[in-house]
Design a binder for this molecule. Structure first.
Ligand code: N01
Length: 542
């Protein structure tokens, strides 16, 4: 049971049960402890770190820069930690998270290798009862889901996978320790961010790499490099201001807000702007070049054409270059990738692309992968096939709210949540970066900190008022969900079969899940709701 010394209000011990011990779960523990509450986090992984515990695949690196992808809640912490590269790699982010856990003594309130397997609201005692996969049941007044948005792998959907005799490696469940590809024939299925990061690194070692691509993706150069000490010091000198700008920016990353359409500037100027973003590297420079790239198809096409030209220039074989050129969706409507040498990897001997639109995947065989056209022998099969994003990790815990209402039933038509934070019918349950909040469209650490602070403030406020139950009002939830869809409907996002839309999981309702209105706009909304005494939420004694 929890080792925290604080008094608890729930009958058997806990004020708050947190599910997950990544960036969100750990900060929750810190904040809740600061409020004098008794909290415990259950973590399915063998260690803390969430995404960065699981995603150990070669080349795993964040697409937000190091100086931005870090906690801002403690000025001393941000001054004492130093990053080595412009974009942080998996091992460095995990080391950072471990440093934070030790610095704030958080590990004592985390149970690792413990999966929350079921959760049910007990309206009589006004507690959540949460059962673990080991059979332990915890009771807590509040349940906070810090389960991550891209943490539940989707079923790969590859026939005959169990017959394959070689190693099967999912990017999001990568083994600990080195995986040696020397001399091996490696098949990689999937060309999202994970596949695109892994391919060039695996290609440096393996004898052969065969990349199975169903949808060509837009990828921009990361231009990753060592972070110079003076560059880092310059940010640290004005870190408070930098963080404040991040919170008031559309994506949670400081930067100039474009005020012009891509269509109102001469072509030569536009091309120069795109070149500048391309050479600086990174995702957001290009996306932010003009103010209508995500809303106007013609404006978007100017950026898409520019990227396709760079692919054609980079890849030697014209047929491979053409197959790699994304044409099925506007730029940015599926999460664009940033890479270090992805397109150039196809110029190496032994690296080839299989275009599954031309030759559909038949499935795995005992010794490789088969398509409609032929067989591709492989020793290793790397699955970079993605996640049941935003909802999969939440419904996997199978929360049951009032009257036994199950979350996956409540979301049968797609996820609806008030402000992305709470679901009507599920009292005292909160979701960090849940559907209906900027979440995966933003710098996750900024959005996580905002939600953790907002949720813990709400819990503190409820306690001050003597309220034991906090619940989203169904009508407020309906209005917010309609607003999210209205804002999404004014963008190009719904045009892509993306995981943002739930389109990558067969049978999942097709609904745009994150809130595309911007971190800045959303922050104003949450601040107004808190200032109003939590309008849209019912706080009651029972
Ligand atoms: O997953 P994905 P991911 N047969 O869903 C293909 C974040 N992330 O792990 O597009 C054949 O994007 C699928 O094809 P299609 C980031 O937000 C960030 O790469 O559905 N192919 C697609 O190509 C990212 O967006 C970082 O037609 C199959 C791929 O597999 C999110 O995580 C790094 C298939 C899946 O791509 C998810 O990225 C890594 C099948 N049966 C991840 N099933 C950084 O910070 C799926 N595919 C840089």
């Amino acid at each position: 049971m929890p080792s925290s010394p604080h008094p608890a209000t729930a009958p058997d011990g806990l004020d708050v049960l947190v599910v997950g011990a990544g960036f969100a779960g750990l900060y929750l523990l810190h904040r809740l402890r600061g409020l004098g509450l008794c909290a415990l986090a259950l973590e399915a992984g063998s260690g803390i770190g969430g995404t960065w515990h699981w995603n150990r695949y070669p080349g795993a690196r964040c697409d937000v820069e190091s100086m931005d992808y870090s906690y801002s809640f403690d000025p001393a912490l941000e001054q004492e930690w130093s990053w080595t590269r412009r974009y942080p790699g998996q091992a460095e982010i995990l080391a950072y998270i471990e440093h934070v856990a030790d610095r704030f003594d958080l590990r004592r309130d985390v149970r690792t290798a413990t999966r929350a397997a079921a959760a049910a609201w007990d309206g009589g005692d006004r507690v959540w009862r949460v059962r673990t996969d080991g059979g332990t049941t915890y009771a807590a007044r509040y349940l906070v889901m810090a389960t991550g948005c891209l943490s539940m792998p989707k079923a790969p959907g590859i026939e005959g996978l169990d017959r394959f005799q070689g190693r099967v490696l999912h990017t999001g469940r990568w083994p600990h320790g080195e995986v040696d590809f020397t001399g091996r024939r490696v098949a990689v299925v999937g060309t999202g961010s994970s596949g695109i990061q892994a391919v060039p690194v695996i290609a440096e070692q393996a004898a052969e790499v065969t990349v199975f691509q169903r949808t060509a993706n837009f990828s921009l150069p990361a231009n990753d490099r060592p972070l110079a000490p003076d560059e880092q010091e310059a940010v640290k000198r004005r870190y408070r201001e930098h963080r404040a700008q991040a919170r008031r920016s559309p994506t949670g990353i400081p930067g100039r807000k474009a005020d012009r359409s891509a269509l109102e500037v001469p072509e030569a100027e536009r091309t120069a702007t795109y070149w500048d973003a391309w050479e600086r590297g990174g995702l957001f420079g290009m996306l932010r070049s003009y103010n209508d790239l995500t809303t106007d198809a013609d404006a978007n096409a100017t950026a898409a054409d520019f990227i396709r030209e760079r692919i054609a220039e980079t890849v030697d074989d014209p047929a491979t270059a053409e197959a790699l050129a994304p044409r099925s969706h506007p730029f940015g409507t599926k999460r664009p990738c940033i890479d270090s040498g992805y397109y150039a990897a196809f110029n190496r001997d032994g690296v080839r692309l299989v275009d599954l639109r031309a030759e559909p995947l038949a499935g795995a065989t005992p010794d490789g992968v088969a398509t409609a056209r032929g067989a591709y022998p492989a020793d290793d099969l790397v699955l970079a096939t993605g996640y049941d994003a935003m909802t999969g990790a939440l419904t996997a815990v199978d929360p049951r709210g009032r009257g036994g209402l199950r979350l996956h039933e409540a979301w049968a038509e797609g996820p609806t949540a008030h402000l992305g934070l709470a679901v009507a019918g599920f009292p005292n349950m909160f979701t960090v970066t849940g559907p209906g909040s900027p979440s995966v469209l933003s710098n996750m650490v900024v959005s996580i900190e905002q939600h953790v602070e907002w949720i813990t403030d709400l819990i503190a406020s409820a306690r001050e008022r003597g309220a034991e139950v906090v619940e989203a009002d169904p009508e407020a939830q309906r209005r917010w969900s309609a607003h999210v869809q209205e804002v999404a409907g004014a963008t190009l996002f719904p045009r892509a079969d993306s995981w943002y839309m739930g389109a990558n999981v067969p049978g999942k309702p097709r609904v745009f899940m994150p809130y595309p209105g911007g971190v800045d706009v959303y922050r104003d909304v949450l601040e107004d709701v808190a200032a109003s005494g939590y309008e849209g939420f019912r706080l009651s004694r029972a």
